[in-house]
Design a protein around this ligand. Structure first.
Ligand code: AMP
Length: 427
C-alpha cells in the first residue's frame, strides 16, 4: 500500500515524499487505519519495522486537523531510553515539517539540572506532543509542570523494554493522570505475561496487530566463530581488517569490556568510539553523532544501542560475546541490513557461551554457520558436553513517488529528515 492511499493529509504526504517514504511497511499498513479509526492498539513489532511512523503518522494527522485544545498536552509518547526518545522527537520533526501548530518536547532522565530547567521551560511554553522516559515524566508531573487531563493520545513505545527496566509502576502512575477517554497505543517487540497485564490495564478493547517477531532479516549473513576467550581480540582485528569496513557496531556485554576494547582497538589503529552507561548524556550524544557523521567507523557498545537506534547503513554487527537473552541477539544484529541494504553479523562464541547460542538458534529457527577461524587465529575448539556447561550442542550446533495527487515537490524550502533535530539536541 502506498502512503497516499491512506487517509492522511497532504502536508504529511509531502514530508513523507521528501523523506523518500513511498510504500507503507506491513505494520504501518495494518496499524495506521486502525489508529485513524480511533481504536486502542496493541502493536507487536520490533525496531526496524517502521513502528514509529505507524503511530506518529495517524496521531500527527489527527493533531493537525482535529479539534484538540491548543493549550494542552495532546499526546504523550513514552520511551524506555533517552536515545529512543530523541529519535522519536526527530521523526516528529521530520514528519511534522509541513504541519502547523504541532510542537513537541522530549524529556528524558540522566541529565544535569540545566537540562531539567530547559525541559521545564519548554513544557511551560506548551507542546502538543511530549516524548518522555517514564522516570523523567514522573519528576515533571510531581513538579506540577505538566497537566495531562486533556491528553487524547497515550503511546508506549518498546513497552517490553520499559518493563524490563522496572517502569511498570511509573507507567501505571502516569496512566492514572490521564483521562479515561484517551486513545492508547502500545508497541512491544514481545508479549510476555507482564506486557499482557499492562495491556489489559491500560488499553480498552484494543485491536492487535502483529508483525512476526524475533526473526532477523533474511538478508543478514550470520556467522559464529567458535573460539576461546584469548582468541577474541585477534579475531575481531582480522574481521575488521578483512573487508574494508567502515560502519560497524561491536557489542560487548559489559561496560568494562567495552572500555577495554575501545583502548585495544584504538591502539591497533582502528577508528573507534565507545558507548556505555557510564557516559553522561552529552558524551553519549557526541559519540552517537560522531558515528552517524562517520567521524568514527566502529562503535563499541553495550546493549544500550541494541534497540531503537536509527542508523541505516551499518555493514556489520560483531557480538564480542553471545548475548544471554536471545531477543537481544535479534535486536543487536537488526542494526544491520536495514533499509534494503546487505549486512553481516559475526558472533564470537566460547564454550561458555555455547548454550546461549543454541537458545538463539532455537529462537530464530536457524543454524548459524560456524566457519573456521580467520587465518592466524588458531584452531576452533571442539565443543564437548562438558565444555558446553553440561549441555550438548545437539545436531543444530551448528523512485519517483506514487503521486496520485499529481503535486510537484520541487519548490520545498528544505528537506525534512528523520534526524533533523540532531543539531538542536547537541547545542
Ligand atoms: P522504526 O522501526 O520505526 O525504528 O523504523 C526503522 C527505519 O525505517 C527508520 O529509519 C525509518 O525512518 C525507516 N522507515 C520506516 N517506515 C518506512 C517506510 N515506509 N519507507 C521507508 N523507510 C521507512
Amino acid at each position: 500500500m502506498y502512503f497516499d492511499e491512506l487517509n492522511i493529509s497532504d502536508e504529511l504526504l509531502d514530508a513523507l515524499d521528501a523523506m523518500n517514504f513511498e510504500v507503507c511497511s506491513p505494520i504501518q499498513e495494518k496499524a495506521i487505519p486502525e489508529i485513524i479509526n480511533g481504536h486502542d492498539l496493541m502493536g507487536i513489532a520490533q525496531t526496524g519495522t517502521g513502528k514509529t511512523a505507524a503511530y506518529l503518522l495517524p496521531v500527527l494527522d489527527a493533531l493537525s486537523h482535529g479539534n484538540y485544545p491548543q493549550d494542552a498536552v495532546n499526546c504523550i509518547i513514552m520511551a524506555p531510553t533517552r536515545e529512543l526518545a530523541q529519535q522519536i522527537d526527530q521523526q516528529v520533526e521530520g514528519f511534522g515539517y509541513y504541519l502547523d501548530g504541532v510542537s513537541s518536547v522530549a524529556v528524558y532522565g540522566g541529565n544535569d539540572g540545566a537540562r531539567f530547567e530547559q525541559e521545564r521551560r519548554g513544557l511551560e511554553l506548551g507542546a502538543s506532543i511530549i516524548i518522555a522516559t517514564p522516570g523523567r515524566l514522573i519528576s515533571h508531573l510531581n513538579g506540577g509542570h505538566i497537566d495531562l487531563k486533556k491528553t487524547s493520545f497515550f503511546i508506549l513505545d518498546e513497552a517490553d523494554r520499559m518493563l524490563d527496566m522496572g517502569f511498570y509502576d511509573d507507567i501505571m502512575k502516569i496512566a492514572s493522570y490521564l483521562s479515561e477517554d484517551r486513545q492508547t497505543i502500545m508497541f512491544s517487540a514481545t508479549m510476555p505475561a507482564n506486557i499482557q497485564k499492562l495491556a489489559s490495564n491500560i488499553l480498552r478493547n484494543p485491536v492487535e496487530v502483529k508483525i512476526a517477531v524475533s526473526k532477523p532479516a533474511e538478508k543478514i549473513k550470520q556467522q559464529a566463530y567458535v573460539c576461546y576467550d584469548g582468541m577474541k581480540d585477534r579475531i575481531v582485528e582480522k574481521v575488521l581488517s578483512a573487508d574494508s569496513l567502515d560502519r560497524v557496531i561491536l557489542f560487548a556485554s559489559s561496560k568494562m569490556k567495552v572500555k577495554e576494547l575501545n583502548i585495544t582497538l584504538k591502539r591497533k589503529g582502528f577508528n573507534v568510539g565507545a558507548m556505555h552507561s557510564d557516559l553522561v548524556q552529552r558524551e553519549r550524544e557526541d559519540v552517537m553523532l560522531a558515528f552517524k557523521n562517520r567521524r568514527i567507523n566502529i562503535l563499541i557498545a553495550t546493549d544500550i544501542v541494541s534497540r531503537g537506534i536509527d542508523i541505516d547503513d551499518i555493514q556489520m554487527v560483531i557480538n564480542y560475546d553471545v548475548p544471554r537473552d536471545p531477543e537481544d541477539y535479534v535486536h543487536r544484529i537488526g542494526r544491520t541490513a536495514r533499509a534494503n541494504r546487505e549486512g553481516q553479523a559475526v558472533t564470537l562464541v566460547t564454550p561458555k557461551g555455547w548454550n546461549d547460542l543454541l537458545k538463539i538458534e532455537r529462537l530464530i529457527e536457524k543454524e548459524i554457520p560456524k566457519p573456521d577461524l580467520p587465518e592466524g587465529c588458531g584452531e576452533k575448539p571442539t565443543i564437548s558436553k562438558s565444555s558446553a556447561s553440561k549441555r550438548t550442542p545437539g545436531r543444530h550446533g551448528g523512485k519517483g513517488r506514487h503521486n496520485k495527487r499529481g503535486k510537484s515537490h520541487h519548490d520545498k524550502p528544505q528537506k525534512p529528515s528523520s534526524n533533523s533535530k540532531q543539531s538542536k539536541v547537541n547545542t
